[in-house]
Ligand binder design. Structure first.
Ligand code: NI
Length: 141
């Protein structure tokens, strides 16, 4: 039996898509308005999915208040109302695309002690979302 628990969270942050590996003209061509030097914001929605055995004493996979506290500490507080390019160390060198943000969130949450992290789904807008399940998680499940 495999049961998963998915919990939704939200945070708001701004970013600028600009790669140091590309010339300014290439950055503008590839990222368009998202390369605007003043940045722009998104209301991100993040879905955290965990899995594991049901604790026979509680009947639950994970304690939701423990999960909430962990996600708040590792992701929501460090990211909410920030400029990702400067305020989050990982994005000083890495372009804060939603792809890279999704991986960063997974890396921050994978050590959650209360259950096994199965995947992260990150929505940038109502039309785009990305899902990441880690490097070593691709087969057999
Ligand atoms: Ni954007």
């Amino acid at each position: 039996m495999k049961l998963e628990l998915t919990r939704r969270y939200a945070f708001s942050a701004s970013h600028r898509l600009h790669s140091a590996a590309l010339a300014d003209a290439e950055n503008q061509r590839i990222y368009g308005k998202c390369n605007n030097p003043f940045g722009h914001g998104h209301n991100y929605v993040v879905e955290v999915t965990v899995t594991g055995a049901i604790d026979p004493a509680t009947g639950m996979i994970a304690n939701l208040s423990e999960l909430d506290a962990y996600v708040t500490q590792e992701v929501l507080e460090p990211f909410d109302h920030t400029y990702l390019n400067k305020d989050v160390a990982a994005f000083r060198a890495l372009v804060p695309t939603t792809e890279n943000l999704c991986i960063e969130i997974f890396e921050r949450l994978k050590k959650f002690p209360g259950a096994r992290l199965a995947r992260i789904r990150l929505e940038e807008t109502g039309r785009n979302s990305f899902t990441y399940a880690g490097e070593s998680n691709g087969s057999g499940t």
